[in-house]
Write a protein that binds this ligand. Structure first.
Ligand SMILES: *[C@@H]1O[C@H](CO)[C@@H](O)[C@H](O)[C@H]1NC(C)=O
Ligand SMILES: *[C@@H]1O[C@H](CO)[C@@H](O)[C@H](O)[C@H]1NC(C)=O
Ligand SMILES: *[C@@H]1O[C@H](CO)[C@@H](O)[C@H](O)[C@H]1NC(C)=O
Length: 435
């Protein structure tokens, strides 16, 4: 029977719900418009079915075949319930699922402020800052005990030797060797005695100065070993702080890569695009679904009309044609327009950038600043804090230390300038160089 074949065809364009759950706008659009195309032949089919039923009704009214239609009508009713209505509702459910998903996805972009990384970074930063302040205290101690104390020690030694050098000059004979006016007689004899005393006193005084200079030159700086150890402890602390800095910059760098405002903005724009398209397609879909649903209900009504007695048939059919069919089961639940994008301020700056350094490191002491970069955001190779080149660390007494030698040389050069101010400024330079 042609009529039945049509109904069977109608049962087939069922929908693969699982395949739709895959993502991306184009995919959803394709699927949804395919859904619409599938619906079009169905609409025509339904019109054909309706026409067939009306024909059947006409035949029945004109005296009919006299055949008992009940079994046949039951069979069709079953098709309508189990296949046609089910397919339409399933398509509507799928559309609703897409709509729900696209709406829910609007809130899936991570706003920089919603990340717990903010707290993590604050904690890691405070550990780093604490370490730097300890490092700074160690530096002040080293500075006072070693750099300043050494400077004072060397200035004193230089003053003693300078005194010797100044005294080591033969007195001018024109003034020194003049005979006193009231020299008693015999004048030559007394003159020679006076000269002998003068020169032996001068010699003793000079010898004393020489001895003081020699002793000073032979006396080592008393804090040598203490300072050798102190500078290594300081470097250990510095390395420790740099590791803290690295521990802080690593997640900071990840945050910068993952949660910038532009990332959020792009993500939201994409979700919004998808949502808007899904809404448009869903609305078109709903219009088609409703039309189809009404057609099926009308066919159902006509089928039931065929069950009534012949004299009531015409009125029943007219009633079916006039009736307004509710489409509630295939109506979609909408959410309205996508909310406006949340505002944001940049929370995660790139480590190594000026703005990152000024927002995190500006509070550190200028004596113990942060390293310029400690993460992959600003360096190609692994960050590996270490002792400065030539440092005698761990300290070995008597070993030549490149770093310490540099300081000594600079300080010695500085010693030619006698004023303390000049020496102090040179030693500041020397200290800066050591860091
Ligand atoms: C929502 O997002 C998930 C995960 O990205 C994706 O699999 C799904 O297809 C999206 N749904 C819609 C309707 O865009
Ligand atoms: C038609 O057949 C059904 C059983 O298939 C029966 O119950 C019904 O009474 C019959 N009706 C007529 C008008 O013969
Ligand atoms: C995000 O956090 C920053 C401070 O961390 C704040 O100034 C800003 O107002 C917040 N923005 C939003 C949209 O919540």
């Amino acid at each position: 029977m042609k009529f039945l074949v049509l109904l069977v065809c109608l049962a087939f364009p069922s929908f693969d719900a699982a395949s739709l759950r895959r993502s991306k706008m184009t995919f959803i659009e394709e699927q949804m418009s395919m859904q619409m195309k599938l619906m079009m032949p169905e609409k025509a089919t339904l019109n054909n079915i309706e026409a067939s039923i009306l024909n059947m009704a006409r035949t029945k009214k004109q005296g009919g075949s006299g055949t008992n239609l009940t079994a046949f009508l039951d069979q069709i009713q079953e098709l309508i319930d189990n296949t046609m209505k089910k397919n339409i509702v399933q398509r509507k459910d799928q559309t609703q699922f897409d709509l729900d998903g696209a709406w829910a996805n609007l809130t899936t972009c991570t706003h920089p402020n919603d990340t717990t990384l903010v707290n993590t970074l604050a904690e890691l930063d405070s550990e780093h800052v604490k370490c730097r302040s300890e490092q700074d205290a160690m530096w002040s101690d080293y500075d006072a005990t070693c750099i300043v104390a050494r400077q004072i020690f060397e200035n004193e030694r230089k003053a003693l030797c300078d005194a010797y050098e100044q005294a080591k000059v033969f007195p001018t004979p024109a003034t020194t060797c003049v005979m006193n006016e009231n020299t008693p007689v015999p004048t030559i004899g007394h003159y020679l005695i006076d000269m002998e005393k003068y020169f032996s006193d001068a010699y003793d005084a000079l010898l004393l100065k020489k001895q003081r200079c020699d002793i000073a030159m032979a006396t080592p700086f008393p804090n040598e070993d203490l300072c050798g150890n102190k500078i290594c402890q300081y470097y250990d602390k510095k390395i420790d702080c740099e590791k803290h800095q690295e521990a802080f910059e690593k997640p900071a760098c990840e945050g910068h890569k993952t949660y910038t405002c532009s990332h959020f903005s792009d993500c939201y724009a994409e979700k919004k695009d998808i949502y808007d398209s899904v809404v448009t397609l869903a609305q078109e879909n709903e219009v088609a679904n409703k039309a189809e649903w009404r057609a099926v209900l009308r066919i159902e009504c006509l089928l039931n009309a065929l069950r009534v007695s012949d004299d009531e048939l015409e009125a029943a059919i007219d009633a079916c044609k006039a009736k307004t069919y509710a489409t509630t089961p295939v109506e979609l639940k909408y959410y309205g327009s996508a909310p406006a994008e949340r505002s944001f301020t940049e929370v995660y700056y790139a480590p190594g950038s000026a703005v990152f350094s000024s927002s995190w490191y500006s509070g550190l002491s200028i004596a113990t600043p942060a390293a310029s970069c400690a993460s992959s955001c600003c360096m190609a190779e692994e960050f590996s804090p270490a002792y400065p080149a030539g440092a005698n660390c761990p300290y070995v007494p008597g070993a030549v230390s490149g770093a310490a030698a540099t300081t000594t040389t600079t300080t010695t050069t500085a010693a030619t300038t006698t004023t303390t101010t000049a020496a102090a400024s040179v030693s500041r330079r020397a200290r800066r160089r050591m860091r």
